[in-house]
Write a protein that binds this ligand. Structure first.
Ligand SMILES: [Zn+2]
Length: 69
């Protein structure tokens, strides 16, 4: 198993890095905007994170891209 390094996104409001917990190995790609309906397989995992600085919620969408296999 390869180790998964910690993932972060930049808070869109203040620029602080927010840590993103990896949901699983299938949903390998994440985005802070919702992906287009036909650009992923099956379902999306939606995470609502909270910026530690400005306390605003940051939404992250995990999905499995179509060209994954
Ligand atoms: Zn923030």
């Amino acid at each position: 198993m390869s180790s998964i390094s910690k993932l972060v996104v930049k808070c869109p409001f203040c620029g602080t890095l927010v840590e993103v917990p990896t949901p699983d190995r299938v949903h390998s790609v994440f985005s802070t905007t919702k992906p287009a309906v036909n650009s992923y397989r099956k379902n999306i995992i939606e995470q609502r994170l909270k910026c530690s600085k400005c306390k605003k919620s940051v939404d992250v969408y995990w999905y499995e891209p179509l060209n994954n296999r």
